[in-house]
Design a protein around this ligand. Structure first.
Ligand SMILES: [Fe+2]
Length: 293
């Protein structure tokens, strides 16, 4: 996939720094979003209210954690069923395909429930300021996601321009699982397994995924990389990914990978709906099968 086909949308008129934007401005941006999402499926945003410098500051903050020794980071290892914590290198398989090797990356996931987490559960002792900086950034990402969904609803011509908001009311509480993933792609210094990449091809479970990239943009499969190759592999890469997810009690169409073979009385595949919470729980169990026991 080449990045030249991804549309660039100037979000200045709906920028985060504006408390409100006019219907005309939202319509203009919304139509561009609809065109991008219904075409290639991705868009680049510019002037959206979070600067490159803000993103760099976050990379520096999260790096304070990643630079710690293994034994220190291990105290914050992610546990199955709880989408919070450190994911060591070569332990997460984004493809969910057991025949594929795990990704060559470290990450730290911070879910919505973390906003109610005790200070002592955050890695602030080995990465000072982590909880404050992360929560502040997530709040801005939440607002941006809602602004995008607002513009999208208008761009789609929905009667209720706040239709999507109804299903994202509980973000950053334990009744929603919107998550920030801080990904730390280590320089590749050893032979990779066949098919091993920094982040395997996959589909997200979110309504909107915001990818805050380092200096290299573009998309390759899912992970935002272009020019993957020997020279790029030698470099440390970083990205922040914010997943805006529907509230836990919202029903979603059962994703293909979980659909049963059963047919209903009309001979059609039996469409079973899951709550967002159940759907994500299944995904987490797939990612961390050992933790099921
Ligand atoms: Fe993804």
């Amino acid at each position: 996939m080449s990045d030249k086909h991804i549309p660039v949308i100037d979000f200045e008129s709906c920028n985060l720094t504006k408390d409100e934007c006019s219907h005309d401005e939202l319509t203009k941006v919304g139509k561009q979003l609809v065109e991008g999402f219904s075409g290639i499926g991705f868009v680049y945003l510019k002037n959206y209210g979070i600067t490159d410098s803000d993103v760099q500051d976050m990379h520096k903050l999260t790096e304070k954690f990643f630079l710690n020794p293994m034994e220190e980071k291990s105290r914050y290892c992610m546990k199955g069923g709880n989408n919070f914590g450190w994911i060591p290198n070569k332990t997460e398989n984004a493809t969910f395909n057991p025949n594929m090797p795990c990704d060559y990356k470290e990450a730290f996931n911070i879910n919505s429930e973390s906003f109610q987490r005790e200070k002592s559960a955050w890695p602030d002792d080995i990465a000072p300021g982590f909880s404050h900086g992360v929560m502040e950034f997530m709040e801005r990402a939440r607002k941006l996601s809602l602004r995008i969904l607002h513009a999208l609803a208008i761009g789609m011509g929905l009667k209720d321009e706040y239709f999507f908001h109804k299903y994202h009311n509980k973000m950053h509480t334990k009744e929603n699982n919107s998550t920030l993933k801080t990904a730390y792609y280590l320089p590749i210094t050893e032979p990779l397994l066949p098919g091993q990449v920094r982040c395997g091809e996959h589909a997200d479970t979110s309504s909107v995924t915001l990818v805050f990239q380092d200096s290299v943009g573009g998309l390759q499969k899912h992970r935002v990389i272009v020019k993957e190759g020997e020279e790029m592999d030698k470099k440390l890469r970083r990205s922040l990914i914010y997943f805006a997810i529907c509230d836990n009690d919202v029903y979603v169409d059962k994703p293909l990978e979980y659909k049963d073979e059963n047919l209903n009385e009309r001979g059609e595949p039996d469409r079973q709906y899951l709550t967002t919470e159940d759907w994500l729980a299944k995904k987490l169990k797939q990612l961390w099968p050992d933790e099921k026991k």
